[in-house]
Design a protein around this ligand. Structure first.
Ligand code: NAD
Length: 513
């Protein structure tokens, strides 16, 4: 098999055949079992990574807790300087890291590079933010008094991430947390542990060059059991968890029980509404990339198209036609549009969903199926499917993390389409394709889309880091990345200062002595 430069990439990232999956900066260890990470691209072993035992974990927490005391005392713009250097290292290593993401996760090379670019972008954002962690002054009702609000560093932030964005989700969280003065303990996905090791190697180098304490950035590795060390740990005031709704339900409850804060980024069931005035030149690439990009394994992947009956046939034919041009194969080969699913379990889930949709009365327009033969030896390559379905089908109500697109019709006004799009339990991303200003504004109004992301004339996937990212309902309610998402990584303190010689009480209360 062609190597596509993977060996060289791993070397540049300091990844060996066997790696320590626990790290407190310069100190790498990990005494648990080894995870073997196989690539869904060609089924080959990438590397082994040791998991974190309970004892290992406690060492990590000691390092992260003690580093916090130093780091929070460093002026925020100086912390920003560390993030700037980290961003520059990512620029240098964009190619090998992007390649590793593509090889370990299976997304196209372009998307692998794009993911590293997101890391670079959030670093730039965080550097600027490090001079803008502003509080406000508030007028006091009492004479000779002033009130203000301050933002202080929070502590050790726990980050739990999903396989499908094995590096960017960490960066979205950690770059902001660092400028806020927090230290971070990251448990990446057990399905992409090598990516976490590579990222840790990069930041550990930056911290060392700056003589900063180990523990500002730590990784732990393993499955949900290692995740539970984080979620149950009262030393961790904030847990940011990205993954399935099933996981979020457990994590949210566990963290709430100990009065921790959680930032939940969970599953989506994203729809595009296609109205009579929609421009096909925008609809087709938007819907197709949304449905098949990352092989349908983005939280913002397009799962449903809600098409007005007057343009239904035209839109359906155009989308089905576009699917015929898609090439499926090694994602490191840039002539392919679609790579594999993450593993065979995901393939089985995909196959079962297609069967379920058929059993519920779905009409298959583009057949799915598993690809076999040369180049497809990993058994993880599948054909993207299109199925005509109804919104109330049980299978349509669930997120299947695979390239299955459901087509459905609406009639009458755009309100009917909005009603359908909102009638699912998830609330992450949504879009409308229209040239009718009133329809677009209705979709964006209080009575419109109930999602955290609502777009006009672009698809559901591919968010920029400048906006706050996240969704409502079963998507978990968390927001990370841009806008004022940084506030969750800090604690808010309200101060009232009396510079008069009297002590008037609030609300005019008299208490004479
Ligand atoms: P997953 O829920 O299986 O795992 C996610 C992470 O949670 C992993 O690191 C896993 O080890 C950990 N975990 C699982 N159970 C846990 C528990 N009880 N306690 C602590 N940790 C636990 O998800 P996945 O298959 O890796 O990723 C796919 C899912 O992630 C999809 O539903 C997708 O929509 C979602 N996702 C959401 C976003 C978002 O920003 N909203 C982004 C990416 C992925």
């Amino acid at each position: 098999a062609t190597d596509f430069g993977i060996k060289e990439a791993l070397q540049k990232l300091g990844v060996s055949d066997i790696n320590h999956g626990t790290s407190t900066g310069s100190n790498n260890f990990g005494n648990g079992d080894l995870i073997e990470s196989y690539s869904p691209v060609d089924g080959q072993l990438i590397a082994k990574v040791s998991t974190t035992t309970r004892e290992d974990y406690d060492k990590v927490m000691d390092a992260a807790t003690s580093a916090f005391k130093t780091f929070r005392a460093m002026p925020a713009p100086q912390r920003g300087e560390i993030v700037r250097q980290f961003g520059n290292k990512l620029r240098e290593l964009k190619e090998p890291l992007g390649k590793l993401v593509s090889y370990e996760m299976g997304k196209s090379l372009q998307e692998g590079y794009g993911e590293v670019q997101e890391m670079i972008d959030i670093c730039d954002f965080a550097v600027g933010l490090s001079r803008q962690l502003n509080g406000q002054t508030i007028p006091s009702e009492r004479p000779g008094h002033v009130m203000r609000e301050q933002w202080h560093s929070l502590g050790v932030v726990g980050i739990i991430s999903a396989f499908n964005f094995p590096v960017a989700v960490w960066a979205w969280n950690t770059a902001l947390a660092w400028v806020c003065g927090d230290t971070c303990v990251w448990k990446g996905s057990e399905k992409a542990p090598v990516c976490a090791v590579a990222c840790q190697n990069i930041i550990a180098g930056v911290l060392k060059e700056n003589n900063l304490p180990e523990g500002i950035s730590c990784i732990v590795n393993g499955d949900y059991k290692v995740g539970e060390y984080i979620t149950t740990d009262t030393r961790i005031p904030l847990v940011s968890a990205t993954g399935s709704t099933r996981m979020g339900r457990i994590v949210g409850k566990t963290v709430a029980e100990r009065f921790g804060k959680s930032l939940l980024e969970l599953g989506g069931n994203n729809a595009i509404i296609i109205t009579p005035t929609a421009d096909l030149k925008v609809v087709v690439p938007g819907a197709v990339f949304g449905a098949v990009g990352t092989c349908g394994q983005r939280c913002t992947s397009t799962r449903r198209l809600i098409i007005h009956e007057s343009v239904y046939d035209k839109v359906r034919d155009a989308i089905v036609g576009a699917y015929k041009q898609l090439t499926i194969g090694n994602p490191l080969d840039e002539s392919n549009h679609i790579g594999p699913l993450i593993d065979k379990d995901a393939v089985n889930t995909y196959l079962a969903a297609i069967e379920k949709a058929k059993a519920e009365g779905g009409n298959v327009l583009v057949e799915g199926g598993v690809l076999e033969g040369e180049g497809y030896e990993s058994g993880c390559y599948v054909k993207p499917a299109i199925i005509e379905a109804e919104n109330h089908f049980e299978i349509v109500q669930h997120e299947t993390f695979a390239p299955i697109l459901y087509l459905m019709k609406y009639s009458g006004d755009v309100e009917n389409a909005i009603e359908m799009q909102n009638s699912v339990a998830q609330g992450l991303s949504s879009a409308i394709m229209t040239n009718e200003m009133k329809e677009a504004e209705k979709f964006l109004s209080f009575a419109g889309s109930d999602c955290g992301i609502a777009n006009v004339n672009i698809g559901t996937s591919g968010a920029e880091i400048g906006g706050a990212f996240g969704g409502e309902k079963e998507t978990g309610g968390g927001r990370e990345s841009g806008s004022d998402a940084w506030k969750i990584y800090m604690r808010r303190q309200t101060n009232t200062i009396n510079y008069s010689d009297e002590l008037p009480l609030a609300q005019g209360i008299k208490f004479d002595l």
